[in-house]
Design a protein around this ligand. Sequence first.
Ligand SMILES: N[C@@H](CCC(=O)N[C@@H](CS)C(=O)NCC(=O)O)C(=O)O
Length: 99
Amino acid sequence: MELTGTLSRDTEYEEEEDLTMTLELYKKNTCPYCRKVMDFISSTGRTDIIFKDIQSDPEAGKILVTTGGKKQVPCLFIDGRPMYESLDIIKWLEDHPQA
Ligand SMILES: N[C@@H](CCC(=O)N[C@@H](CS)C(=O)NCC(=O)O)C(=O)O
């Protein structure tokens, strides 16, 4: 692809797409790291995150392992791509506030 010094229409479109990312937080209520992430989400008031509890939803636990590779929570799926580690998740959410 040829690169130019100007913002292409395609690039603008991709940035618009970012505004509608699907965010799913895999978690369990007994996990302190999950609690930390969920408390952060509550403090921001954002409403664009779907919660998947791997204790009450065994299917979610299977998806976490097959897609993410391990059954560790919290894990934030960003458009289907898994991000583990509570501090990384909070940092990412800070950098990407709800549109
Ligand atoms: N360093 C991780 C720790 C996460 C962690 O230890 N989660 C526990 C639950 S509290 C877990 O999922 N353990 C199962 C596993 O690691 O397979 C973070 O900050 O997110």
